[in-house]
Design a protein around this ligand. Sequence first.
Ligand SMILES: NC(=O)c1ccc[n+]([C@@H]2O[C@H](COP(=O)([O-])OP(=O)(O)OC[C@H]3O[C@@H](n4cnc5c(N)ncnc54)[C@H](OP(=O)(O)O)[C@@H]3O)[C@@H](O)[C@H]2O)c1
Length: 335
Amino acid sequence: MRKVRWGVIGATAMIAVERVIPAMLEAERSEIIAVASRDPAQARGVAERFGIPRVHASYEALLADPDIEAVYIPLPNNLHMQWTIAAIEAGKHVLCEKPIALNAGEVTHMIAARDKAGVLVEEAFMLRDHPQWSRMREIIRSGRLGKIQATQGLYTYFNRDPDDIRNRDPELGGGGTYDLGCYTTAVARYVFQAEPMRVIATMQKDPSFGTARLSSVILEFPDGHGSWTISTQSARYQGLTILGEKGWMRPEIPHVPFAENETRIFIAGDTWPGPFPEETITLAPVNQYTLQGDRFSRLVLGEAVEAWPLETALANIKVLDALFRSQASGSWETV
Ligand SMILES: NC(=O)c1ccc[n+]([C@@H]2O[C@H](COP(=O)([O-])OP(=O)(O)OC[C@H]3O[C@@H](n4cnc5c(N)ncnc54)[C@H](OP(=O)(O)O)[C@@H]3O)[C@@H](O)[C@H]2O)c1
């Protein structure tokens, strides 16, 4: 089976050079044949580092390359819609970084462009490609934990770099609600396999950056409550507890587990005093970024694999829209 030919625009992005490009070079169904940057000299550096054969002088030139079938977009959040639509209109399949847009209206434009061009477009939520998530979904569906009543998530790091796209300018779509809250929201929706009806949020902005540095929310689902706290100015942490009527489950590292290490899921029934696991499921090391690139490439090649279409991204960003409205109103907001 052949490999899908990929191009990367914004190739110097931290996530591209640190994670996604090296991971996709390991994939069975993906090859990266070209890169482009705002500065072609920087793009040449990335191409030399990874042995990528082609460098284009601009993003536009890469999109005009007829040999490229799919484009990976790791640009600042405020540029996702513009360049996703440009890539779609050039006839490319698109994997765009999270959050795929700043609001639901932007995703609606992307959906219209996608439908006109007949290409595939996904938001790069790589964690869904880690097998720990399909395993947890199986356990939830098996009924072992009973009806799921609550999820509690935490995702934090410390970053006060004024030049970082998350801090530099609110117009870039920075701040923790976009950067981390998109994951914690996606995870709660994944666990409940439903959409929240209403939400309430409180967010603290950094006084100099003007972007959210601490956000805590409750998402009210038909059968339970998803809550999470994210922070961009706290010690690093990632955690999730899934609580059911009959038991609980906790992935050791829910969002970005080490690619080199085994991954563990802890599970228990209704025990005293509560937090000690009765069973630990251990999964072999995998690189979720490699799996993400491979799965998307398989979709492009017409294989029957799980897809996460833009409609899923739209549902996620609708929740973020409601969280921002709740922060402004101080009240519950419907999604
Ligand atoms: N899935 C994950 O695990 C994960 C992790 C981190 C970040 N992300 C997402 O990936 C995206 C990029 O994040 P990052 O941390 O990699 O950012 P970054 O290092 O700042 O990279 C962004 C890239 O966008 C290009 N760019 C174009 N216009 C720009 C502008 N006005 N200002 C800054 N950069 C501009 C630049 O590439 P050129 O100069 O080469 O054109 C730059 O290197 C974000 O959407 C973020 O949410 C995902």
